[in-house]
Design a protein around this ligand. Structure first.
Ligand code: ADP
Ligand code: MG
Length: 153
């Protein structure tokens, strides 16, 4: 499935559509070169889940965690982990940073998923490859089996 994302507004809408459908234990695997728009789409998803304010790029920290607020305060509607695996030298390092613990009960937004060994074998994985197209981007979307009834974007 190919989706045209000609500008930032289209990216924003796409991110919100994914956020509306996202469940705990899902992975959104964001593939594409530097500048492809992975962090931009992750930020749109995080905003769509209800987060207000800054979304730091996890490229240095590798993992940023978003937890729902305890009371009615504004915040994400489900536990979320935003990771950028670019700096991992070997997929085994994903275990060393405790990825499984971060993921427990949470949804994962993963930039450079192949550096962590890949997630496409998981039924809850929505694989998105972003490519530059003119001024905008194109998303190539490959849904895991758990996403088959959720991908009317
Ligand atoms: N659909 C789009 N149309 C036009 N520009 C975009 C789009 N998506 C992202 N960009 C721009 O591309 C640049 C790089 O995006 P970024 O999300 O940081 O890439 P990545 O995380 O893949 O390295 C940013 O300046 C962003 O505004
Ligand atoms: Mg990025």
């Amino acid at each position: 499935m190919k989706i045209a994302l000609p500008d930032l507004a289209a990216m924003e809408r796409f991110g919100r559509a994914i956020a509306d459908r996202l469940r705990p234990d899902d992975v959104v695997a964001l593939t594409g070169g530097l500048g492809a728009g992975k962090t931009t789409l992750a930020r749109a998803i995080i905003a769509g889940l209800g987060h207000e304010g800054e979304v730091p790029s996890p490229s240095f920290a590798i993992v940023e965690v978003y937890d729902p607020p305890l009371s009615g305060a504004p915040g994400v509607r489900l536990p979320l982990v935003h990771a950028d695996f670019y700096r991992l030298k070997d997929p085994s390092e994903a275990d060393e940073i405790g990825l499984d613990d971060y993921r427990y009960g949470a949804a994962l937004l993963a930039e450079w998923p192949d550096h962590a060994g890949g997630f496409a074998h998981e039924p809850g994985c929505l694989s998105i490859t972003l490519e530059v197209a003119d001024e905008g981007r194109i998303a190539i979307v490959e849904p895991g089996t758990d996403w088959r009834d959720r991908v009317s974007f």
